[in-house]
Design a protein around this ligand. Structure first.
Ligand SMILES: Nc1ncnc2c1ncn2[C@@H]1O[C@H](COP(=O)(O)OP(=O)(O)OP(=O)(O)O)[C@@H](O)[C@H]1O
Ligand SMILES: [Mg+2]
Length: 226
């Protein structure tokens, strides 16, 4: 059984008389432990693909299976619950809570998950150690560099030990040195067994993935091992 399976998924947006096919009858399967890079021109549907595959958005048509569950038509509450348990998501803009310490940012998903206070802070500290930020846990985002903020965001995405880690251009806002650090971190996570789906515009980043998918006009035009 695959970890995640999208079958004939479409995502259409209606703007006046025009229908935009952001995803057009796309099918995709990922097994546990895979590392997939997603590339393609701007507007080809990469972010839409991640949003639908990570259950942030319900598709216009098609079906999504996560392990043995058909999650296609989950309502908002079940979707949020499932995402909290199974999905980690890293954004280009970090999306950390301002004026909130790294520790609190990373511990937050565990609050929703119902962990005790002690367990939340212990796990959050552990994750921040894993991304090499043990010395910055009490700093707020505006006291951290871009690369450090993204590492906090990665720790937050991983703290619930999700089945799949999604990342939408995680190095897009970083200088090349910080980008290289984030690249190495993803590489390490993959070596530890994490399943990863990452959108990137940068060839040198995509090279750490083991499989490369190329999108065009909402369709997969190439899917190959690297
Ligand atoms: N909420 C929305 N409403 C209307 N159209 C949308 C919406 N979100 C995305 N689109 C359209 O869907 C298409 C795919 O967008 P998407 O953001 O998935 O592209 P992308 O490959 O991530 O592009 P980029 O590389 O610029 O981030 C685009 O034509 C976009 O304008
Ligand atoms: Mg995008």
């Amino acid at each position: 059984m695959p970890l995640l399976k999208l079958s004939n998924v479409s995502q259409h947006y209606q703007i006046g008389d025009i229908t935009i096919k952001a995803l057009d009858n796309l099918s995709f399967t990922i097994e546990e432990g895979e590392f997939v890079a997603v590339m393609g021109p701007s507007g080809s549907g990469k972010s839409t693909f991640l949003q639908v595959a990570s259950m942030l958005a319900e598709p216009s048509s098609g079906s999504i299976m996560l392990k043995d569950k058909d999650v296609t038509h989950y309502d908002e509450k079940d979707r949020a619950h499932l995402r909290n348990k199974e999905i980690g998501f890293v954004f280009q803009q970090f999306n950390l809570l301002a004026k909130t310490s790294a520790l609190e940012n990373v511990a937050l998903p565990l609050l929703y998950a119902g962990d005790s206070r002690t367990s939340r802070y212990q796990k959050a500290k552990e994750m921040l150690g894993k991304v090499n930020l043990s010395d910055r846990i009490h700093n707020a985002p505006n006291q951290l560099s871009g690369g450090q903020q993204q590492r906090v965001a990665i720790a937050r995405a991983l703290v619930n030990n999700p089945s799949i880690l999604f990342a939408d251009e995680p190095t897009g806002n970083l200088d090349s040195k910080s980008g290289a650090d984030i690249k190495d971190l993803f590489k390490k996570l993959h070596q530890e067994g994490k399943t990863i789906i990452m959108v990137t515009h940068e060839k040198y980043i995509s090279k750490i993935a083991k499989r490369l998918i190329t999108l065009k006009d909402g369709r997969i035009v190439s899917d190959r091992k690297t």
